[in-house]
Design a protein around this ligand. Structure first.
Ligand code: GTP
Ligand code: MG
Length: 218
């Protein structure tokens, strides 16, 4: 995570943040589709599994004084059993953990992903990075019977800051979920801004970039 200060066009002080956000979850749950929808307003039915990690950059004019750049790390679902996640998770300040409402097994895997995350990356103050749970493909018929209050309880117990039903296909709740995560990241940032000033920390590692160079956006 990084920040810089400068003067905007009107002479107002303006602050820029660069936040690394992970998007994780089982194979085929819709991580890439969520990012594509969020960053490029596109959706495709065609499934092409992510190999290794892919990147995208979303720039948000947060308010008149704040610019937020989200560096989104789209991590392959099939990497879970690999040993790369520790490298991928480094310096992340937030996460979207995705499951597919049409496949109950992907919900069961959510806790394993959250565990993996918390065991490999922490905020500078030692707490877990904020994570939002996304119940994706909500445009389709659900497999499983969790109601809203059970999901609330699951999030409280599992250490998620919140959850959203999303659809990358129909563009449901993706902006809202990302906004909610960024609000939390900014709140954390305010409590320890001085430890996070090194822009160079977030430069993309050329070795990681090699993993899948076709659809990088940053
Ligand atoms: P890996 O990279 O293999 O881990 O998969 P992923 O999580 O990135 O999944 P991806 O975004 O590639 O989507 C998998 C399939 O689900 C694709 O065929 C998408 O079109 C489809 N899909 C993704 N999101 C949605 C959604 O919200 N609704 C529906 N109906 N299909 C979706
Ligand atoms: Mg993918």
């Amino acid at each position: 995570m990084a920040a810089g200060e400068g003067r905007g066009a009107g002479g107002l002080e303006c602050r820029e943040h660069l936040f690394k956000v992970l998007v994780i979850g089982e194979l085929g749950v819709g991580k890439t589709s969520i990012i594509k929808r969020y960053v490029h307003q596109l959706f495709s039915q065609h499934y092409r599994a992510t190999i290794g990690v892919d990147f995208a950059l979303k720039v948000i004019n947060w308010d008149s004084k704040t610019l937020v750049r989200l560096q989104l790390w789209d991590i392959a679902g099939q990497e879970r059993f690999g040993n790369m996640t520790r490298v991928y998770y480094k310096e992340a300040v937030g996460a979207l953990v995705v499951f597919d409402v049409t496949r109950g097994s992907t919900f069961e895997a959510v806790s394993k992903w959250k565990h993996d995350l918390d065991s490999k990356v922490l905020l500078p103050n030692g707490s877990p990075i904020p994570a939002v749970l996304l119940a994706n493909k909500c445009d389709q018929k659900k497999d499983g019977s969790q109601n809203s209050s059970q999901m609330d309880q699951f999030c409280r117990e599992g250490g998620f800051i919140g959850w959203f039903e999303t659809s990358a296909k129909d563009n449901i709740n993706i902006d809202e979920a990302a906004r909610f995560l960024v609000e939390n990241i900014l709140a954390n940032y305010k409590s320890f801004p001085n430890e996070e000033n090194d822009v160079s920390k977030l430069k993309l590692d050329p070795d990681l970039l090699k993993a899948d160079s076709k659809s990088q956006c940053c």
